[in-house]
Structure formats: structure tokens, C-alpha cells
Design a protein around this ligand. Structure first.
Ligand code: FAD
Length: 397
């Protein structure tokens, strides 16, 4: 009888052997970001979360710049030029620490920098991107308004040209990540020619970014309003290559791609906490991980976690091959954030009362994911995107 081939051992951290898909460079990127988060975020994040602040955000941004995590998959202008898979791995590791840190990086790289990189003039790129890649300048992205979230086409913020050719912006943006700490804002506004993007330096008279307090989610993240009162900008402040909503929507597709990975980081952190707890916590004279009901929960969590990571890899490879469609990103965001929340909630039940304590990461991740479920397109918006793609019928209105 022929000897059966020797199988690799089962790895509880990678039960499907997904790491086989990674090359040494991918692993090095992952380790660098994981080590940075373990050193600079994990020891402090529960405290930041409890206080509802992100102290030292400028220093954190510089450090993230130094490890190449800002605008990571963009080419040139001081950016790392990493693959989409590597950028995704970084998002996963950052969100395993906290969704707030991943949000800082996503908004910087996938929204603010991506908008300038893809739609900006050469002068705009030279002026902003190297300083944003290094973390010297933090960026934000203002699309959502108090009365227009899922439906940004209705935005009221407007930009008018005056006789001298300057632009004058008026309006208000809401729920803007990084707003109060940003040195530059990419602001989307209605013009005579449709929706256009503007590069607004934070010190411009009439521009302010009051912080939004009292959040019970993404507490270790800066979220702000943007107020634009007769903000006067030179003619060349407009992003020349972005016309209409397609501009901001393509930035959102890029950022959502990072969330597909990131959400699985939050889920992994909760899953690991649940496994550890289940092995050490004893009730009825044995570890709770020895009860079949707990094992069923852990098995189901592992299945969804690693399916989600596999899906993220698949989308990453499509993005690297230039074949990733926005509908596929909607598919990934819809599934992975929804499943991540479910994994975190199940982990919470395994930890019992300790599940609500900040001593463990579970409740923090679960409440963070409530924001991740809503921003960059709500569950319902991604269902409608997929529903339209599947039926050919637009059900948005
Ligand atoms: C912490 C945080 C950070 C954020 N950061 C940013 C940022 O940096 N930049 C930025 O521009 N925005 C940001 N946002 C805003 C975010 O993108 C919006 O909250 C999101 O687009 C949803 O808009 P809304 O909250 O106004 O909800 P609404 O659009 O009012 O939706 C409310 C509910 O109605 C549902 N709904 C709406 N229309 C339909 C429909 N046609 N069919 C079925 N259901 C529908 C929605 O799915 C949702 O469940 C952030 C939000 C949060 C919470």
C-alpha cells in the first residue's frame, strides 16, 4: 500500500492554510504592522477608548508613515507602492488592534491621498502627497452632510466662482474622520458643473472642524464636523480630474476594500480572546471550552473568520490584477463587516460578564464595528448595489 503523503499539521491560527497564498514580502509587511500595533496601540488602546480620545495622533501618524502604511498601495510621491494584498494585510493587523487606528490609515491613504493621487494636478500631488505619506500632514475626506449620508448626490455644500476666478465654498460636512487634526481636507461640493472635489488647507479662513464628542463607538478615533463659511480658495484648488459623484465614489471603493480586510482583524482579535477564555475559564468543574455548545460557537466563528479572510484575499488578488469591480467590493464589505460583528457578539457571550469589560478587547471591537457597518456605505446600500447588479433594476429610490 502506498504511504499517504505527509500532511502539514493543523494550525489553529490558520486552519485553511491561507498563509500559503502569501510570499515572504507579504509576510514581512504583515509582521511589521502587527509588531507596530502590538507595541504602540495595544498597551494603550483600552485607556484611549475609555477616555474617548486618540492622544498623540500626530506622532502615531508619523510612525505609521515611517513603516510605509500611509497611502501604502499608491505609487510614487513617497508612497510605499505595496500590492493591494499587502495593503489589506496591514488593514487587518491595524484593525485587530482597533478600528480607530485602521480608520485613521484608511481615510489618510484610501480617501484623502487616493483622491489627490488619482484626480489631482501634478502641483497638488507634489504639494501634499509626500508630506501625507510621511504622516507629517493628516488628511480628511468630507462627503457626508447632516442631511445627506447614503444619498450624497443631494449635498448642499456648494462652491461658486467669483469674478476673479477664486472658488468660494459654503456648507457643512458631518462625521468626518480625522477632521479636527487634519492639515488638509478633500471636500466635495456642488458647482455649476456638478459635484467637484477641492483641496482645502486647514488654516484657510472660514474653515473649522469642531470635534464630535459623546460617541459610543470608534472612541479612539477623531470624528468631526467641517464648517465652511465663505472659504475662499484659488482657482487651482479644484481636483481637475474628478467630475461628478464618480470621483468620491471611486475613493470609497478603495477604502471599502481595506475594510473588507480590516473587519476580519477585529473579528480575529475577538475570536482569539474567546478561545483563550474558553480554555481557561472553568464552570461545572471543567473548562467552558469543553462544552459542546461552546465548541459549536468557536467552530462557527472560525469558519466565518477564515472564509472572510479568504474572500479578502480573493478580492485583493483581483485588485492587484486590475479586475476588481465595485460590486465585488460591496459583496466583501457586506459579508465581512456583518460576519465580524456576529463573531464579536458571540465572543462576548463566551466571555460572560467579562465580555463587557474593557479588560478584554471584545466589547470595544463590537461597538467599533457598529460604525464600520454604517460608514463607507451601510449594509442596505451594499445590498442595493448587489441587488441592482443581480436584477438590473435600480431600487435606490
Ligand atoms: C464614526 C464615523 C466616521 C465617519 N467618517 C466619515 C468620513 O471620514 N467622511 C465622510 O464623508 N463620512 C463619514 N462618515 C459618515 C458615513 O459615511 C455615513 O454615516 C453613512 O454614509 C450613512 O449616512 P447616514 O448616517 O446619514 O445615514 P442615512 O443615509 O440617513 O441612513 C439611515 C438608514 O436608512 C437606510 N437607508 C437610506 N436610504 C435607503 C434606501 N434607499 N433604501 C433602504 N435603506 C435606506 C440606511 O441604510 C440606514 O440604515 C462616518 C460615520 C461614522 C459613524
Amino acid at each position: 500500500m502506498a504511504a499517504s503523503p505527509k500532511l502539514p499539521p493543523f494550525d489553529p491560527a490558520d486552519p485553511l492554510g491561507i498563509d500559503d497564498l502569501l510570499d515572504p514580502e507579504d509576510l514581512a509587511v504583515r509582521d511589521t504592522v502587527r509588531d507596530w500595533a502590538a507595541d504602540r496601540v495595544l498597551p494603550h488602546v483600552a485607556d484611549w477608548y475609555e477616555k474617548g480620545e486618540l492622544p498623540g495622533v500626530r506622532e502615531l501618524a508619523r510612525e505609521l508613515g515611517a513603516i510605509g502604511a500611509l497611502g501604502m498601495s499608491l505609487q510614487g510621491y513617497g508612497c510605499a507602492g505595496a500590492s493591494a494584498v499587502q495593503y489589506g494585510l496591514a488593514c487587518l493587523e491595524l484593525e485587530a488592534a482597533d478600528s480607530g487606528i485602521r480608520s485613521l490609515v484608511s481615510v489618510q491613504g484610501s480617501l484623502a491621498m487616493y483622491a489627490i493621487h488619482r484626480f489631482g494636478s501634478e502641483e497638488q500631488k507634489q504639494a501634499w502627497l509626500p508630506r501625507m505619506a510621511s504622516g507629517e500632514v493628516i488628511g480628511c475626506f468630507g462627503l457626508t452632510e447632516p442631511d445627506h449620508g447614503s444619498d450624497p448626490a443631494g449635498m448642499r455644500t456648494h462652491a461658486k466662482r467669483d469674478a476673479g476666478g477664486d472658488w468660494v465654498l459654503n456648507g457643512r460636512k458631518m462625521w468626518i474622520t480625522n477632521g479636527s487634526v487634519a492639515g488638509v481636507a478633500v471636500v466635495w461640493a456642488r458647482t455649476e458643473d456638478g459635484i467637484r472635489g477641492f483641496v482645502v488647507p486647514a488654516g484657510t479662513p472660514g474653515f473649522s472642524a469642531p470635534e464630535i464628542r459623546h460617541k459610543w463607538s470608534l472612541r479612539a478615533s477623531v470624528t468631526s464636523e467641517l464648517v465652511l463659511d465663505d472659504v475662499r480658495l484659488p482657482a487651482d484648488a479644484v481636483l481637475p480630474e474628478a467630475a461628478g459623484l464618480r470621483g468620491p465614489l471611486s475613493c470609497l471603493t478603495h477604502a471599502r476594500y481595506g475594510i473588507v480586510w480590516g473587519a476580519m482583524g477585529a473579528a480575529r482579535s475577538c475570536f482569539e480572546a474567546a478561545v483563550e477564555y474558553a480554555k481557561s475559564r472553568e464552570q461545572f468543574g471543567r473548562p467552558i471550552g469543553g462544552f459542546q455548545l461552546t465548541q459549536a460557537k468557536l467552530a462557527d466563528m472560525a469558519v466565518e473568520l477564515h472564509k472572510g479572510i479568504l474572500l479578502a484575499h480573493h478580492l485583493g488578488r483581483r485588485m492587484d490584477a486590475g479586475r476588481l469591480r465595485p460590486e465585488q467590493v460591496s459583496f466583501g464589505k457586506l459579508n465581512n463587516v456583518r460576519e465580524a460583528i456576529d463573531i464579536c457578539r458571540t465572543a462576548r457571550t463566551i466571555l460572560g460578564a467579562n465580555g463587557i469589560s474593557l479588560e478584554y478587547p471584545v466589547m470595544r471591537h463590537a461597538t467599533n464595528l457598529e460604525s464600520v457597518l454604517t460608514y463607507e456605505g451601510t449594509v442596505e446600500m451594499h445590498q442595493l448595489v448587489l441587488g441592482k447588479a443581480l436584477t438590473g433594476i435600480d431600487a435606490f429610490r
